[in-house]
Design a protein around this ligand. Structure first.
Ligand SMILES: Cc1cc2nc3c(=O)[nH]c(=O)nc-3n(C[C@H](O)[C@H](O)[C@H](O)COP(=O)(O)OP(=O)(O)OC[C@H]3O[C@@H](n4cnc5c(N)ncnc54)[C@H](O)[C@@H]3O)c2cc1C
Length: 543
């Protein structure tokens, strides 16, 4: 007899994105089961650079502090991203001189480095606390969907025991080779494999080159190889990625064939520029590609993380983009599963995340070509966009976002210029709530929030009336009410509203609707806004 399990959401893959998704679903009160083939959380460091947006998401779920503490133990804080010919030869280029310099005003959170094998246990613990289930050593071997849900078969790696799972929805967070995406026949666009790359994990005394320096990532570009180092404290270990070797004008992009310990050491010495003793701990082989899916939703299956967009690590965005996918999807699934939103809300996942995943992937590819692979040429690359735009300034467009101005079609902008524009992340402003300093992003309420100017009494009252009538959970925050103060007097300008105006912020911190002045909004109009942003079309079937 096969075991049978029923769960609202099944997640294939329990690494960075699978764990994040299960944690965020738990935050919204939805049970999930994540299934991971490996025996535990990640063993390789891989992702480490966390963007401000990812840190805001972790802040919202209560684990930002512990991530920062672990980061301080592991990495030099604010460590920059530089270029060298060899580590011993010194700096030739500063791609990012200091990780947080010049960007602290846009977020309550800072960029940090924490490697994936240290982050994942924190995510796993929080997911468990929030009621998520996780099965390691278990493979999703088949999935089938019908009009009501998804049926999957799981096999335990050691015992061979089979389990059948019935779920309403399935999330494919099963990595760049995504068997689920392949079975569904979802095509990918972009730049297929351009390097058979390697990551060499090694030990050596690196203190003479790194102690006292604010450095975390070091690009290496010399006659022998191209790639990058990443270093942790106390500078007795690190990893070297090698993307190409041989002469820069006609390099060999296959670094993984014929690789043995001696060759790995040769690469290390060529990048270090010093004949110091090195020990190779491990080598990981991977294909550098920059590809993104044509569709992120096929019926009841959602594709997230590397399964949806596989990008080279240049920029440090693969994991971050997956965290954002999870954050966009989790509340939508929670609302649809609980009947608070119409099923069409789920269509907005692909509409909103598709272009943004493509942007991050193309920008990572441009950085790969500029920093590591000039032999590929700039033809077919997107012009370089600032890191901040990619990380915090991405723009969503979908039928559940109500535009309020002319749409120039851009997918990104400087976060300092977003000013509450619908489809952008609600701007960060430091406020005081009952005497405590809080960011606009920290204001209580994990459902919808109405952030309003000091003279917005009327629209706030209308919104509360409309929310009650529509059965929408809404927390209203008006400057000057309930102990909320705007000590610097910048809230309205930051949100592009008059003192009588307001913005409606979704559970994922994105602005869904904005009334520049209170005159624009009656309870009836607000009722229509709620119906639109929750995709509550007349006669919409239950999910
Ligand atoms: C050297 C390097 C440095 C990087 N640095 C950064 C960085 O600084 N910042 C950043 O954001 N990103 C970085 N990345 C990218 C980052 O590691 C990935 O984007 C991230 O791991 C994607 O997470 P994921 O959960 O989508 O996929 P994965 O981590 O690939 O996880 C997918 C999981 O699904 C499991 N799985 C697959 N099929 C099945 C199945 N049938 N049944 C059960 N389980 C299954 C796999 O075992 C795997 O654990 C880096 C990558 C590399 C290689």
């Amino acid at each position: 007899m096969m075991n049978e399990i029923e769960v609202p959401v099944l997640i294939a893959g329990g690494s960075l994105v699978g764990l994040t998704t299960s944690m965020l679903l738990g935050h919204h009160g939805i049970r999930s089961l994540a299934v991971e083939y490996h025996r535990g959380t990640a063993i390789h460091p891989r992702a480490a650079q966390m963007t401000q947006r990812s840190m805001e998401i972790l802040r919202g779920i209560g684990i930002e502090k512990v991530v920062c503490e672990r980061s301080a133990q592991q990495f030099v804080q604010d460590g920059g991203v530089i270029g060298v010919e060899t580590l011993a030869g010194g700096v030739t280029q500063a791609w990012i001189a200091n990780l947080n310099e010049g960007i602290r005003d846009v977020s309550p959170s800072e960029r940090v480095f924490l490697s994936q094998n240290s982050l994942e246990p924190i995510l796993e613990k929080r997911a468990h606390e929030l009621g998520a289930s996780l099965l390691f050593s278990t493979q999703v071997v088949s999935t089938e969907q019908d009009a009501e849900g998804v049926t999957a078969e799981l096999r335990h790696r050691d015992t061979g025991e089979m389990t059948r799972v019935r779920a309403r929805y399935l999330i494919a967070a099963d990595g760049s080779h995504s068997p689920i995406r392949e079975r569904l026949g979802v095509a990918m666009r972009g730049h297929p494999t351009f390097s058979r790359s390697i990551t060499i994990y090694f030990r050596a005394n690196l203190r003479p080159y790194l102690e006292g320096k604010i450095v975390a990532v070091v690009y290496v570009n010399n006659d022998r190889l191209r790639g990058f180092f990443r270093f942790e404290k106390p500078f007795d270990s690190g990893f070297l990625v090698v993307n190409t070797h041989g002469h820069p004008a006609s390099p060999d992009s296959d670094c993984s064939s014929e690789l043995d310990d001696a060759r790995a050491k040769e690469f290390l010495h060529a990048a270090l520029g010093a004949d110091i003793p090195v020990e190779v701990d491990n080598v990981m082989r991977w294909n550098a590609r920059a590809e993104y899916v044509e569709h992120m939703r096929i019926g009841r299956v959602f594709i997230a993380g590397d399964a949806a967009h596989t990008m080279p690590p240049n920029g440090g965005w693969g994991g971050n983009t997956g965290i954002q996918d999870a954050h966009n999807l989790a509340w939508k699934l929670a609302y649809v599963l609980s009947g608070r939103a119409g099923p069409a809300l789920l269509d907005s996942y692909e509409a909103e995340r598709g272009p943004v995943g493509a942007l991050a992937t193309e920008q990572a590819y441009t950085r790969y070509v500029v920093r590591t692979g000039p032999h590929l040429g700039m033809a077919g690359t997107q012009p370089l966009v600032s890191d901040l735009n990619v990380e915090l300034g991405y723009i969503y467009r979908s039928p559940v976002i109500v535009p309020d101005g002319q749409d120039d079609g851009t997918v990104h902008m400087n976060p300092r210029e977003m000013r509450g524009r619908p489809g952008t992340r609600a701007p960060h402003v430091w406020l005081r709530l009952k005497g405590e300093r809080v960011s606009t992003l920290d204001l209580p309420g994990k459902a919808f929030r109405l952030l309003a100017g000091p003279n917005a009494q009327r629209v706030c009252a209308e919104a509360e009336k409309a929310a009650q009538l529509a059965g929408v959970e809404l927390t209203v925050h008006r400057i000057g009410a309930g102990g909320l103060e705007d000590p610097d007097g910048i809230f309205c300008a930051a949100y592009g509203i008059e003192p009588s105006g307001c913005v409606l912020v979704r559970p994922d911190d994105f602005v869904a609707w904005r009334a520049r002045t209170g005159a624009q909004a009656s309870a009836a109009e607000l009722g229509e806004v709620f119906a639109r942003v929750l995709a509550r079309g007349a006669g919409a079937p239950r999910a």
